[in-house]
Write a new protein. Structure first.
Length: 463
RNA sequence: GCGGCCAUGGUGUAAUGGUCAACACAAGAGAUUGUGGCUCUCUUGAUCCGGGUUCGAUUCCCGGUGGUCGCCCCA
């Protein structure tokens, strides 16, 4: 697929043909697998972003922003040529300078690239990054899977100590705790490339006698990606797995030691985990520790349920031609987390709802209103309005729907008098006050209210 | 990449091989001058796209597009 894409010069006539197929009256539609994250969902997204950021900063990770577009070989070299991600899911195309570029399917490779490119091994090690942003994979969309999806991730370069692995797992676990989604940590070690390949040889020869009886998918796996046999869902294969060689038995001493230490550290901080000998990760660059965050309960049984995952990638920087540098990191799937939050009915307001509404009558009032707005903004009080409407009635209707406590009414008469009306929306009581004092009066009224009702956090219901 | 199901106003639904595609909510305007919540009136607005069958398709068929769910894979 990608081969087809790279050399293909876009032929204008083809484009025309495609355009011609579109009906002239047709309105633009989303591309399959892409979506708009609407205002109603932003409360959850803010929660996710804020939580990641607060946690990353608390553990002194530095923010890094990485480009969405990279040379396509960056991913081919790191993720692995024969992985599905690279083989059939990458958005690869030729840019106007005739370079093969790809929309990033993940960010770790870019982080490693940035580490090398900016000579970060000259900085005090380890170098700790965090990032968030969209990733792209041309996969078939389904529950919890989009072609543009968002990940936040933390990466640590330049430290091979097991404590790093453990701390990353801890941070991930804390993240899910903070956000209100309990998760189980699953962990495994896939050792070094050397012991892994020895293990693979063993695994393949274990399965070979049964080859003809394996289901089609697993035959393919046996040939292409034998590690994947370990999490086959086929009954026949699962039956064979009981006696299959275990990767942990094939780890060299150093790998074993590393894994043991990671686990000890986790015990130390009382992070529960599940050893999952079948946990393998889909990217070639992983070494040693691999882990995933699975939602607790029956959610964990569903497809696409992993909310995050990561592992150690000691070979990655070397693979890209940098001085061999160990690394470890993980990413969380923000879309899946947002979905899990929605399933639990969690939807915080996207921004503090306005408590004050400004209703205006006539141009003079509008003009004064502009200034008034600035005063309220300076005072940190959000004010709502419906400047597009003229009738006071219509404006009050909006104020009512917004559920504000106070409405300021400013008409011709008030502008001339230098006054303004404050209407209490609850009682309907109104008072006319000196316009110059409006901010302080409103402040006082709002304080009185919030003094009685402590922090209203009424979750906005979903649409 | 493979398979199942699905596609009607902004949202949720209804209906039909043949008058004007119905209802609710939302939205907009209004019920005499500058006052919201209830009520009433009116208005805007839809059969995803293309082809076929047919006198006639929104309805049946095919293809595309999109959604959804599962497999593969993955976050």
């Amino acid at each position: 697929m990608q081969k087809k894409l790279i050399p293909k010069k876009s032929k204008p006539e083809e484009l025309d043909e495609e355009d011609a197929k579109k009906p002239a009256k047709g309105t633009p539609e989303l591309l399959r697998g892409f979506r708009d994250i609407l205002p109603e969902e932003q409360g959850r997204w803010n929660l996710i972003r804020d939580t990641v950021r607060a946690l990353a900063e608390a553990y002194s990770f530095d923010r890094i922003d990485l480009p969405v577009l990279e040379r396509s070989d960056l991913f081919q070299r790191t993720i692995g040529k024969s992985t599905d991600i690279v083989e059939k899911e990458m958005y690869v195309f030729t840019d106007p300078s005739n370079r093969s570029v790809a929309l990033r399917p993940e960010a770790t490779a870019s982080a490693a690239r940035a580490y090398i490119e900016h000579g970060m091994l000259e900085r005090p090690q380890p170098v700790k990054f965090w990032y968030e942003g969209p990733m792209f994979r041309h996969d078939r969309p389904q529950a919890g899977r989009y072609r543009q999806f968002y990940q936040a991730g933390l990466e640590v370069f330049g430290a091979e100590e097991p404590i790093i692995d453990a701390q990353l797992i801890l941070i991930g676990k804390k993240f899910f705790e903070a956000i209100g989604l309990p998760v189980k940590v699953q962990i495994n070690s896939i050792g070094t490339p050397e012991c892994r390949s020895a293990y693979l040889t063993e695994l393949v020869s274990y399965f070979r006698p049964f080859r003809s009886k394996l289901p089609e998918d697993d035959k393919r796996r046996l040939q292409k990606n034998p590690l994947r046999l370990l999490d086959s869902k086929e009954e026949y294969t699962m039956g064979l797995l009981g006696d299959a060689p275990q990767i942990l038995d094939w780890l060299d001493e150093k790998s074993k030691e590393h894994f043991m230490r990671v686990i000890e550290f986790l015990d130390e901080v009382e992070i529960p985990y599940e050893l999952n000998a079948h946990l393998v990760r889909g990217l070639d660059y992983y070494t040693h520790t691999v882990f995933e965050f699975m939602p607790e309960g029956e959610e964990g049984e569903k497809a696409q349920s992993a909310l995050g995952g990561g592992g150690r990638y000691d070979g990655l920087v070397g693979l890209l031609g940098g001085r061999p540098t160990p690394g470890c990191g993980f990413a969380i799937g923000m879309d899946r987390i947002a979905r899990a939050l929605a399933d639990k009915g969690i939807n915080p307001p996207q921004c503090p709802p306005a408590q004050v509404f400004f209703a205006q009558l006539g141009d003079a009032a509008r003009r004064v209103g502009l200034r008034l707005y600035e005063q309220f903004r300076a005072a940190g009080i959000p004010v709502a309005e419906a400047a597009g409407k003229n009738a006071l009635k219509a404006q009050l209707e909006v104020a009512n729907k917004l559920g504000v406590g106070l409405t300021l009414i400013l008409g011709q008469k008030e502008v001339l008098d230098g006054t303004i009306i404050i209407r209490d929306m609850e009682s309907g009581a109104q008072e006319t006050i000196d316009a110059s004092k409006v901010v302080s009066v409103v402040e006082r009224k709002l304080q009185k209210e919030s003094g009685v009702t402590p922090a209203i956090h009424s979750p906005v219901s979903d649409v």
